[in-house]
Ligand binder design. Structure first.
Ligand code: ADP
Ligand code: MG
Length: 603
């Protein structure tokens, strides 16, 4: 038998690599603009024709290239940015793998004109489908001008995969926004089919945001700043009242590189909870500066995911910074449930009679520890509620099945429930002999649903499902489809009865009990939201509580309404049957408590 193995030619290798690096015209735009930024340019011009399908040209006034470099830069692994493998742990440039130009040249016609500031003549290089056509001296401005013509001309499969010009241009705009935001010190312009779309001068980040998204942003954003040893955070976040119904301007940058990170998105979004209308998304333009060694830089250049060494710390720092920024700029309403309790101490007046304070505080005391809970139950927690109901003349008692089944033994305890009342739509105030608690109703429901969902997922026991009168057919994005398919058994545990119909289509026969008929697609969307931008292995990560959290959030969102006395009692009972009833799934407080000492200290 004759030999069958042969080495692929460089051209074929580059064409294959191009498939990974350059998926669409916007990817080429990204690579060229990043190279221009890396070259230290202060002015960058982007010219597009037919959504980049016929022409993408980037002109910069950066360092330019020597004659030899102008030719070498199209070779695979030709880069000026790293020398040894160790260097990738300290790269501060956007590129470093030296494969963008080689890839682009494999699938288009490229014309490069470049001149370094100290040489008199420039050089012109032309390459087509990896084939070197010519190099000659030319007149040129200092800097680099690179044109990519007829992208994908020799890759028909890729070409047919491209979307309409409108869609492809939108992708290009998005790349332009990302790079322009990351570099407000650079002047940018963008021409589309000979029309100037943007010309934005160098300036502050705020000016840049306004130049890209409109002058009204002046009023819509507040600064956020935080400096810690691990990470420095700076940028702007949107005021809650301007939050959008769809994910709009949401930008994270790590060391000036745009990234997507659902976990940090969550940190930011959760700092707003209570401030945002349902299902709305705040704008943000947040920059993280972190030592390159603390992030995983060995990522594919086109990937926007990035791994932090200490992601949970960054999460906590970001959330705190955003909360503080909202507080400092008075965008938090006077009573915010999640603010640290800070009590204004009035200055002492000369007429005041000073008394030695008599405060005995046990800072570790928690009325809802297991022991206290047993006491609570033994002391007739539920019984007291029932009596209270009777006394107030209500006929309907709490559902018998939620009552404690044990005989009620009257016993000395610190926290029998005395009184409870609804305050506003979302709070329940309840008093015991020891304390006054203010319970956030939505977070209480979230806690309850979370624990139920978690238990159901762990025990593989189903939560009640409710049949849809008319099965809903829903079609979802490819990303969502992969997530749903992966999670079908778990979703079943939560009460979803869903069939995979193929072609990103699902038929919903049943939804968790209580979910409105017809709202299944919206509900499902919310439940899987946490999974967006996560990888397959993360989806299947055992012990992952993302799904339970998404479910709880969606279920709880339905429950913000005034409760009847018995509904309130049911809620309190279920809440205090949860482990750590004071902590909501995302770590927020479900209630705050006021001890007599604290109350005393106010007067
Ligand atoms: P990388 O950016 O990963 O190094 P590229 O293929 O994008 O790889 O570019 C290869 C090399 O070509 C760069 O390292 C740089 O030296 C040079 N280069 C590319 N574009 C420019 C530019 N606009 N100005 C100056 N040098 C450039
Ligand atoms: Mg590059």
């Amino acid at each position: 038998m004759s030999d069958v193995i042969k080495l692929l030619s460089d051209h074929v290798i580059n064409q294959i690599a191009a498939g990974e690096v350059i998926q669409r015209p916007a990817s080429a735009v990204k690579e060229l603009m990043e190279n221009a930024v890396d070259a230290g340019s202060t002015k960058i011009k982007l010219i597009i024709k037919d959504a980049g399908k016929t022409l993408i040209r980037v002109i910069d006034n950066g360092c330019g290239m020597s004659d030899t470099d102008a030719r070498l830069c199209f070779d695979k692994h030709a880069t000026s940015k790293i020398t040894t493998a160790d260097d990738i742990f300290s790269v501060t440039t956007k590129g470093f793998r030296g494969e963008a130009l080689a890839s682009v040249a494999a699938i288009s016609t490229v014309e490069l004109k470049t001149r370094t500031p100290d040489s008199e003549m420039g050089t012109l290089v032309e390459i087509e489908h990896s084939k070197f056509l010519r190099q000659e001296p030319c007149q040129a401005e200092a800097g680099t001008s690179i044109s990519i013509k007829n992208l994908f001309f020799n890759v028909p499969a890729r070409k047919t995969f491209l979307k309409s010009d409108q869609v492809e241009f939108r992708h290009i705009m998005e790349e332009f926004h990302r790079i322009a935001l990351a570099h407000p010190e650079v002047e940018f312009s963008l021409f589309n089919n000979d029309e100037q779309v943007f010309h934005i001068m160098a300036g502050s980040l705020k000016h840049r945001i306004m130049a890209l998204f409109g002058n009204t942003y002046d009023q819509k954003i507040v600064p956020v700043v935080e400096n810690t040893n691990l990470v420095s955070i700076s940028g702007f976040i949107g005021k809650p009242e301007y939050a959008k119904k769809t994910r709009g301007e949401q930008y994270f940058f790590v060391n000036k590189r745009f990234i997507k990170n659902n976990y940090l998105h969550h940190a930011l979004q959760s700092a707003y909870t209570e401030l945002l209308a349902k299902e709305s998304f705040p704008s943000y333009f947040v920059f993280f500066e972190i030592q390159p060694g603390k992030i995983d830089v060995n990522i594919h250049p086109t990937k926007t995911e990035i791994k932090f060494e200490d992601e949970s710390m960054v999460y906590a720092i970001l959330k705190a910074a955003v909360k503080r920024a909202l507080g400092q700029h008075n965008v938090i309403p006077p009573m915010d449930f999640n603010m640290e309790q800070a009590f204004e101490i009035q200055p002492v007046k000369s007429t005041d009679i000073l008394r030695q304070p008599q405060i005995k505080i046990n800072p570790n005391y928690n009325p809802f520890t297991e022991e206290a809970k047993t006491n609570l139950r033994n002391a007739g927690f539920t019984q007291t509620m029932r009596n209270e109901t009777r006394r107030t003349g209500q006929q309907n008692y709490i559902q018998p099945e939620v009552l404690s089944p044990e005989p009620i033994i009257a016993q000395e305890t610190s926290v029998p429930l005395k009184w409870h009342e609804q305050w506003g739509k979302n709070y329940i105030v309840l008093a015991t002999d020891e304390k006054i608690l203010m319970v956030n109703q939505r977070l209480a429901w979230e806690k309850i649903f979370f624990e139920e969902a978690n238990a159901a997922l762990q025990n593989k026991a189903g939560l009640p499902s409710q049949k849809e009168l008319f099965p809903q057919t829903i079609q979802v994005s490819a990303e969502d489809s992969a997530i749903i398919t992966n999670l079908l058994p778990e979703l079943k545990c939560l009460g979803f009865d869903i069939n995979d119909f193929g072609k990103q289509t699902f038929i919903v026969y049943g939804v968790p009990a209580g979910v409105d008929s017809g709202a299944s697609s919206d509900f499902l969307d919310g439940v899987i939201e946490n999974y967006k931008n996560t990888t397959n292995s993360e989806i299947k990560n055992p012990g992952n509580t993302l799904l339970a959290k998404g479910y709880a959030r969606k279920m709880a969102a339905r429950c913000t309404k005034l409760l009847s006395v018995e509904e309130r009692e049911g809620l309190i009972e279920r809440l205090f049957n949860c482990p750590t009833p004071d902590i909501a799934p995302e770590g927020k407080k479900v209630y705050i408590e006021f001890s007599p000492e604290i109350i005393e200290s106010w007067f």
